[in-house]
Design a protein around this ligand. Structure first.
Ligand code: NAP
Length: 295
């Protein structure tokens, strides 16, 4: 029987809120997993403009919606409506997963889990070394948290298009995590070549290179990368962005954003249902969606 035919009064609702709510692979992924495991849940996308965020959370309580994923532009502002916030989410300053426990809202940041799992195989190469992070948004903050807390980097460079955001993020991590070895730079590739070259790990947290704008990249300078570097792109569609292609051609070790996406999704799933799922299976399932999306 199709799982939609099983929907009844006891079906638990989870979903994603964002604005605009772009084409997301999360409904496909979670609904197919509920179906496979025979769990009476359904995952729906909700387009919520910023002015409706507070009312949406009220409705979440009234309709007994079990949980939500939270995406752009609500990740930061939603914190004020939570009854409890995990240590990660509180330090990062962003929530990407909400769990409704008897009308008490618990906020988590499972992006951090995804980042840590993606970088763990390279822990030795990253620890006590220099990292360069491109971007200064919500995902960059989760990356900074993981680099400082889990990987103990010694220095962080942040490169971003909008200058004002750089001072804010630098001051934020100095205050929240007492990490003051952060230098900030504007997104001007030629002047930044030295910064790329002196980094052991380089992470793109901007949306540059994401489909359909696959020719965009934070740097296209020859010699930005070398064979001793780890280069991680949070973008997962396409799997190999132009940024990663350049890095790989220059000998660097590359990591795509799909593992992060799979791990954060699996962790959210576990928080809502209490059932753990294999992040590797989730990765393979997502890879199929991306490949068929590119056809
Ligand atoms: P966000 O808070 O809106 O931040 C976006 C960042 O990208 C900002 O630093 C912004 O710079 C920069 N940016 C956007 N368009 C740009 C352009 N055309 N040129 C230069 N810089 C540009 O978004 P976010 O939540 O951090 O997400 C950022 C990216 O990470 C997205 O692509 C998202 O899909 C990806 N992500 C992936 C995962 C995963 O699981 N793999 C999880 C979370 C996020 P300004 O400050 O100048 O605007």
């Amino acid at each position: 029987m199709n799982f939609v035919e099983n929907i009844d009064h006891s079906t638990k609702i989870v979903g994603i809120i964002g604005h605009p709510i772009k084409q997301s692979f999360s409904p496909k992924l979670h609904n197919s997993t509920f179906n496979k495991l025979g769990l009476n849940y359904i995952y729906l996308p909700f387009d919520v403009p910023p002015s409706n965020l507070k009312e949406t959370l009220k409705a979440m309580g009234l309709l007994r919606i079990r949980g939500l994923n939270v995406t752009i532009p609500h990740k930061e502002r939603i914190i004020q409506f939570m009854d409890h916030v995990s240590e990660e989410a509180s330090t990062v300053g962003a929530v990407n997963t909400v769990v409704n426990e008897g009308n008490q809202f618990f906020g988590y940041n499972t992006d951090v889990n995804g980042i840590v799992e993606s970088l763990n195989p390279y822990k030795k190469e990253i620890a006590k070394n220099t990292a360069t992070v491109i971007g200064a948004g919500g995902a960059a903050r989760a990356v900074l948290y993981a680099l400082i807390r889990n990987f103990k980097v010694s220095k962080i460079n942040i490169i971003n298009r909008t200058e004002e955001r750089l001072d804010t993020i630098k001051a934020y991590f100095d205050e929240k995590m007492h990490f003051d070895n952060i230098s900030v730079y504007e997104l001007m590739p030629k002047e930044n070549l030295e910064i790329y070259q002196s980094s052991n790990i380089i992470i793109n947290t901007t949306s540059l290179g994401m489909a359909p704008n696959v020719d965009d990249t934070p740097t296209d300078l020859p010699k930005s990368f070398n064979s001793s570097q780890i280069v991680f792109d949070l973008v997962y569609n396409p799997l190999k962005t132009k940024f990663l292609e350049l890095a790989e051609n220059q000998g660097a070790t590359i990591i795509d954003g799909l593992k992060m996406f799979a791990v954060q999704g699996a962790k959210s799933f576990e928080l809502w249902t209490g059932t753990s799922i294999d992040a590797e299976e989730t990765y393979n399932e997502l890879k199929k969606y991306i490949i068929s999306d590119q056809k």
